[in-house]
Write a protein that binds this ligand. Structure first.
Ligand SMILES: [Zn+2]
Ligand SMILES: [Zn+2]
Length: 783
């Protein structure tokens, strides 16, 4: 057996951290992937050494945050293949956002299902057939069951079958409880009470080693700091008997501890002398200080500390490798072509810093878990190396020329116990125009030259994802942001995010990565992202498919938080408006229950369905809060109201599917003109819709920009698939643009079957001039 911990996300980009424990059976290497170029993660495309075996079990140690849920559910990640996925551990009642994705994928992956009985109960299927793998266990604090029931009800309410889920609650009592076991792991949980209930987990691998004489490996996962650190550490004063009994004299009781986003991480990376710029030029060790009570340090309890990092520390997260190495490459490419829209601050890393002891705690060196690293715990031969049964090797398989088999001991505190591999910058060759200026007359403004006169920037649309329901690391799920001009004392003219259309999984991450930086010195804001989010007026979601709303709960939470911090009252006029199908509104309510900000607290957002918004007398206040939303006119002391009309139009896709026509009035850069009209129409997912064309034609002015889905190419296969799945083809979408005489058309929501959408495929049989280059491979780029 070979066990390793893989870091999919370190938690620094608003997705929560995602660590997986993977157990492989040696000598049974899985057959090589035939579709490695299809764009999936590189985690398991190992170099083919003997130590890589078939994955036999996999556990999510940190819940399942939304984006990682989507990626994990992708079969390419092998999470669900071979029935390897066993359990999700929830350190607290959040990070559940990815469960809907996972559940949807379980349905088609051969996992055990449950069938609805006439009395409304569900029984697990036991009959053979497609259900060849066992049910998945979800382990969490009290309250987990209610959340799961809620999610399953929303996702599968009126279906005959749904995935079978086994719930393992950590009991609401003092002490350690064995909550889960199978042939590979034994897991104990213990509640810690604080601001919210969280769980400390102890995971033991009884057979992690290669031989029978070797004893078990045990590690602990410390939850994010919702409770006091002392309370968390006090749980270690008594440990389960099995853990104590399994250890021999020389070894530590706990082999390592993983600190999830510890607040007291110093934030200072230092390169250890030994590994500084090794011959590959890319490998470095990063370490951080975490506070640990002195009794822990003095006892021989814990051998090593590993840590993830928390969200959005100003100026810090941008220096880290991103969730997916590919996304990082993409970000670099985008930065090279459009530095304004895609900032990529490679700030110089601060040099070594001395000691931290501000809380009167001992500080221990923690090796940091970056995305893309995998910590392999592997036994050395006891008889040869004496007391130290484990060594740690982190590797990143994306790096071909780093020797991944190098073993290093932990004895020397400064050694490369955990090596973090960084990708170097790729050569920039592709032009990804993921950002579009909405005003076609707008020249590229040069902000440096405009110190005297206030230059009013053109409104912008930021496209965060052009993918469809099927996950892919190279094309994100739907998400669009509209940036409008605004001004304040510190910065007389800038663009701020004013509304968000669609928020598939990863939208928050996309925003944090791609929004232009704005001044965030105003009181309360800690990051540029928060400053942007505090301006957001509404969030609009077309229909209840996960690729359009998967990130909604995190996003609503974050926007509410940003608005509170900027001094807006949580029940005031500036509340976020969420226009979405009722299923999505239910999901937001469910996820917010029992979290710090849900429950009895006044709702910090206003939820409304498309139909209510359109006509219900009860939604009058909500309509007016959108129309009365104000931004400061750049360079002046007056305000303007950008959103004049928001019209929801029913379209043909699924129940409650809508398109939106948004009429705006925005500050003009033309002389003698203070406001000019700008109309954006977004189709959502739909067949070509006459209803939408009719509504567009009835608009006061011309549609400036049509954003239309174009899931399929207009070939024989594409045309029939589009009909079958209620989507549009490229030509059908452009035809809608022609019929409504749109000023510009942006195609999006491409099926993942198309690696590159070729301009020629689109332009061949249409007379409609294709106005905007978009996406990889077009316009005219060589395939
Ligand atoms: Zn979709
Ligand atoms: Zn859809």
């Amino acid at each position: 057996m070979q066990a390793s911990i893989e870091t999919l996300s370190d938690g620094s980009e608003y997705v929560g951290c995602a660590l997986f424990l993977t157990v492989r059976k040696l000598g049974t290497r899985a057959p090589a992937d035939d579709d490695n170029e299809s764009g999936h993660l590189d985690f398991d495309t190992s170099a083919g050494s003997d130590e890589d075996g078939k994955i036999v079990a996999r556990y999510s140690l940190t819940g399942l945050p939304s984006l990682t849920g989507r990626i994990s559910a992708d079969q390419s990640f092998k999470l669900l293949q071979n029935g390897a996925f066993r359990a999700v551990l929830l350190p607290a009642l959040k990070s559940l956002g990815g469960l809907p994705s996972l559940f949807l994928n379980l349905l088609s992956s051969g996992y055990r299902l449950a069938t609805a009985e006439d009395d409304g109960s569900w029984t697990e299927d036991s009959k053979p057939g497609p259900q060849i793998y066992d049910a998945i266990s979800v382990i969490g604090p009290p309250g987990t069951g209610e959340k799961l029931d809620g999610i399953l009800e929303i996702m599968f309410g009126n279906r005959r079958s749904r995935p079978a889920i086994r719930l393992c609650n950590v009991p609401d009592r003092r002490g350690w409880f064995e909550v889960y076991s199978d042939s590979y792991v034994l897991i104990w949980g213990r509640l810690v009470r604080g601001e919210a209930v969280s769980v400390v987990y102890l995971v033991s691998l009884p057979s992690a080693g290669d031989t029978d004489q070797q004893k078990s490996c045990t590690f602990a996962i410390l939850p994010e700091k919702l409770a006091s650190l002392d309370a968390i550490w006090d749980t270690f004063r008594e440990l389960p008997h099995t853990v104590v009994a399994n250890k021999n004299e020389e070894s530590h009781l706990i082999d390592f501890v993983i600190h999830l986003n510890p607040n007291i991480i110093s934030g200072t990376q230092h390169l250890n002398q030994g590994t500084k710029r090794q011959k590959t030029g890319r490998t470095k060790v990063a370490s951080h200080q975490v506070a640990v009570p002195s009794w822990i340090e003095e006892s021989r309890l814990v051998r090593a500390h590993l840590a993830t990092v928390s969200n959005g520390r100003p100026g810090e997260s941008s220096t880290r490798p991103r969730i997916l190495q590919r996304a990082r490459r993409q970000a670099l490419r985008l930065n090279k072509t459009l530095p304004f829209a895609f900032p990529f601050n490679e700030q110089s890393e601060s040099s070594q810093s001395a000691s931290w002891d501000d809380n009167g705690k001992t500080t221990a060196l923690a090796y940091q878990l970056f995305p893309g690293t995998s910590v392999k715990f592997k036994r050395c031969n006891d008889t040869v190396t004496g007391a130290s049964p484990f060594s740690f090797v982190a590797r990143n398989n994306c790096l071909k020329d780093v020797d991944s088999n190098e073993d290093m001991g932990l004895e020397n505190p400064a050694v490369e116990a955990l090596r973090c591999a960084f990708l170097d910058r790729p050569s920039v060759c592709e032009n990804d125009e993921n950002e579009i200026e909405l005003d076609s007359d707008g020249d590229v403004e040069n902000e440096d030259e405009a110190k005297e006169d206030i230059v009013i920037p053109c409104p912008r649309l930021i496209v965060l994802g052009t993918g469809c329901a099927k996950p892919s690391p190279s094309r994100g799920s739907s998400g669009y942001g509209i940036l409008l001009p605004s001004g304040d004392q510190e910065r007389p003219s800038s663009l701020v995010l004013s509304c968000i259309i669609e928020c598939g999984e990863g939208t928050l991450t996309g925003l944090s990565r791609h929004l232009p930086p704005i001044c965030c010195r105003s009181p309360g804001h800690s990051t540029s992202l928060d400053a942007h989010l505090s301006h957001v007026c509404f969030l609009w979601i077309s229909h209840s498919h996960l690729d359009h709303y998967g990130d909604v709960c995190e996003l609503v939470e974050r926007i509410a938080h940003a608005k509170r911090r900027s001094g807006q009252r949580s029940d005031g006029d500036g509340r976020l408006v969420v226009i979405a199908p009722s299923k999505v509104l239910k999901m937001i309510d469910l996820m917010r229950q029992g979290t710090n900000h849900g429950g009895p607290m006044k709702r910090s957002y206003l939820g409304v369905t498309h139909r209510e918004f359109q006509s219900s007398p009860f939604a009058r206040d909500i309509r007016s809060s959108v129309c009365n939303f104000e931004l400061r006119y750049p360079g002046q002391s007056t305000h303007y109201r950008p959103f004049t009309t928001l019209c929801n139009v029913e379209v043909e896709h699924c129940r409650d599917a809508h398109a939106v026509i948004l009429e705006m009035e925005v500050p003009s850069s033309r002389p003698n003109c203070s406001l000019e009209r700008l109309t954006v129409c977004f189709s959502g997912d739909t067949r070509p819709s006459d209803n939408l064309v009719g509504h567009c034609r009835r608009c006061t002015g011309r549609i400036s920009l049509l954003i239309h889905e174009a899931t399929f190419l207009h070939d024989g296969h594409g045309k029939s698939e589009a009909k079958k799945k209620n989507h549009s083809t490229t030509i059908e979408a452009l035809d809608i643009a022609r019929r409504i005489d749109a000023g510009a058309c942006l195609l999006t929501h491409f099926s993942q079957r198309y690696q590159h959408v070729n301009y020629a495929d689109v332009s061949r049989d249409t007379s409609y001039a294709f106005p905007w280059g978009f996406g990889r491979g077009w316009p005219g780029a060589a395939p």
